[in-house]
Design a binder for this molecule. Structure first.
Ligand code: UFG
Length: 324
């Protein structure tokens, strides 16, 4: 049985991946400092170590003692706006503390690291859909911190032989039966739309309807967290190290998401047009041919209503989010 250390396994995507690995026969240790993660999002079948990557001694010890075959790294801050206010927080946590993990993986004889990267490493895309080798020019410290860590992995592979996969998620969405999205504060479109449907918030503010798109609102590529989890598991046996864009390839506007959410929930969802949010590109759509070809990845949730429905079910069963 393969042993995997899931760093950030109490977070939104990390918890779903830990669950997926446990369902597929892996032995999982979750390492999480519970800064943005939730204790009750740690799968009870996993071993849990509470700690932060800032604690270099601790992560060194965990990796030396754990005899892990692989590490998955989800632990990051991911608020674009916050990164523009406080770049230090992003470069320290997402880059410097990430290096503690990479060093610990090397020292502990870990074969491979699978890293949560992001479409934000591309910045304003030069063409759509975005391919792995397209220009990467981040427009905020969040995206830059993730790109820097991709480069760390490339060099650690070359110098130390650490295998890696950098998975660039587009817009992660949806929930598994048990684990879902509970950011505080919430800034992501789908959970906010569903909170408006439940009456937990008054309305959705649509950030800009004057973009150069069909209906004037931004277009994104929403990918279910279970499909991301599948990609992580496949990346554990990837033939070579490298980068993969993960999205369905379907671009959907903010207004399309609201309409789909109205159909799924049968509820009224009030909206108001607000100014553009700084730093939002008009369109982000992935070309994921590389993951499909080299990893054998195939997203199961190609229909956005199914993605929204899973998030809706999770909100209904967790009206206040996680209890802790
Ligand atoms: N939006 C609204 N109103 C809201 C929230 C979002 O109109 O209340 C719009 C945004 O302007 C954007 C779209 O909905 O056009 C999606 O916004 P999200 O915040 O859900 O997602 P982003 O595309 O901004 O960001 C996501 C991740 C980032 C990552 C980025 C690119 O949250 O971490 O994808 O990968 F950097």
């Amino acid at each position: 049985m393969k042993k995997v250390l899931v760093v950030g396994g109490a977070g939104y995507i990390g918890s779903a991946c830990a669950e997926y690995l446990l369902d597929h026969g892996y032995e999982v240790t979750v390492f999480d400092g519970l800064i943005t993660g939730h204790r009750s999002a740690v799968d009870p079948r996993a071993r849990f170590v509470e700690g932060n990557l800032e604690d270099r001694e601790l992560i060194m010890r965990v990796c030396r003692e754990g005899k892990f075959d692989a590490v998955m790294h989800f632990a990051a801050f991911s608020l674009v706006g916050e990164s523009m206010q406080n770049p230090s927080k992003y470069f320290r946590n997402n880059l410097a503390f990430g290096i503690n993990l990479a060093d610990a993986a090397v020292a502990g004889g870990v074969e491979r690291i699978v890293f949560s990267s992001t479409a934000a490493t591309f910045g304003q895309p030069e063409s759509i859909p975005i391919r792995e080798d397209d220009r990467q020019l981040p427009i905020n410290p969040y995206g830059e911190s993730k790109l820097c860590f991709e480069k760390v992995l490339k060099w650690y592979h070359q110098i130390h032989g650490l295998q890696y996969a950098a998975l660039r998620y587009f817009n992660a969405a949806g929930a598994t039966g048990r684990y879902g999205e509970d950011h505080r504060p919430e800034s992501h479109l789908i959970p906010i739309v569903l909170q408006a449907a439940r009456g937990k918030r008054d309305k959705l503010m649509i950030y800009g309807d004057d973009y150069d798109t069909e209906d004037g609102t931004c277009i994104r590529d929403y990918i279910h967290i279970l499909d991301l989890a599948q990609a992580h598991e496949l990346a554990l046996s990837a033939p070579e190290s490298g980068h993969y864009n993960l999205g369905t390839g379907n671009g959907l506007s903010v207004k399309t998401i609201v309409e789909a959410a109205r159909r799924v929930t049968g509820r009224e969802i009030r909206t108001e047009i607000a100014p553009r949010r700084p730093g939002d590109p008009a369109r982000l759509i992935a070309c994921s041919d590389r993951a499909r070809k080299l990893l054998g990845w195939k997203p199961q949730f190609e229909n956005v209503e199914a993605i929204i429905e899973s998030a809706w079910n999770w909100q209904l069963s967790h009206p206040e989010g996680y209890p802790d």
